[in-house]
Design a protein around this ligand. Structure first.
Ligand SMILES: [Zn+2]
Length: 234
């Protein structure tokens, strides 16, 4: 997908098998069979996005990683495909210059650090809402141990770029503070010429907001609906 002079590649890290219960009690188990079409479940991608912007290769969200996460009601996520998916546009982990984490739930930070807590993207700056650092890393909420240790090991490094105000990552890519889903949640605007895309990194708010300019494209890395269950996910 082109956004003006920028190129946006959707890349999936794996599959989220979602059931109606995920979207709230108002959805009965037989609702929307066209959506929950495989054994009363919807098989959804764990979405990430790669943006080519000049000499920068910016990854928006880092998936679940090579892991499986079980959720209530027989739902689960199975990750691990991100690095394979990046090969499609000819990108290796060492090529990525920036990773922007919309928030610190498990399915958005899974590829940041390996089991040894070493960086998976060795050249990349990591951008994130500073309030998520305090919640997930400093206070230790809902974060796998090797991810937390990786963050703490890099705490004094210039690679970490905490954001506490709307920030331009590079020309055409802007992170907007949008706390709520998590304390430091970010949305990302991709903009070039007359085109723009808004990457939410979370269930969508009302699409009809009059504050969104004409021509805005929407993209979510998780399905629309209510906020997620109280589990370290999505
Ligand atoms: Zn989330």
């Amino acid at each position: 997908m082109r956004i003006g002079d920028l190129i946006l590649h959707p890349v999936s890290d794996g599959t989220f098998i979602a059931r109606p219960e995920y979207f709230g009690r108002h959805l009965w188990p037989g609702a929307h069979p066209e959506f929950f079409s495989r054994g009363h479940a919807a098989w959804l991608p764990i979405g990430c996005f790669l943006v080519r912007a000049g000499d920068r290769l910016v990854l928006i969200d880092a998936g679940l990683g090579p892991d499986v996460l079980q959720l209530p009601h027989g739902m689960h996520l199975a990750g691990g495909q991100l690095l394979t998916g990046l090969r499609g546009p000819g990108v290796t982990a060492g090529d990525v210059t920036d990773v922007v984490c919309s928030h610190f739930h498990a399915d958005h930070v899974g590829w940041l650090f390996g089991p040894d807590a070493k960086p998976v993207f060795p050249q990349a700056a990591i951008w994130f809402g500073s309030a998520d650092w305090h919640h997930f890393v400093a206070r230790g909420h809902d974060m796998r141990t090797h991810i937390r240790e990786g963050f703490r090991a890099a705490a004094d490094s210039a690679r970490l770029q905490p954001i506490d105000q709307d920030t331009t990552i590079t020309a055409g890519i802007t992170a907007l503070l949008a706390p709520g889903h998590t304390p430091g949640h970010l949305c990302v605007v991709i903009s070039s010429g007359q085109q723009r895309a808004l990457l939410l990194g979370m269930p969508s708010p009302a699409r009809s907001s009059s504050t969104n300019p004409p021509g805005t494209r929407w993209a979510t890395s998780t399905p629309r609906g209510r906020p997620h269950p109280r589990t370290p996910v999505a």
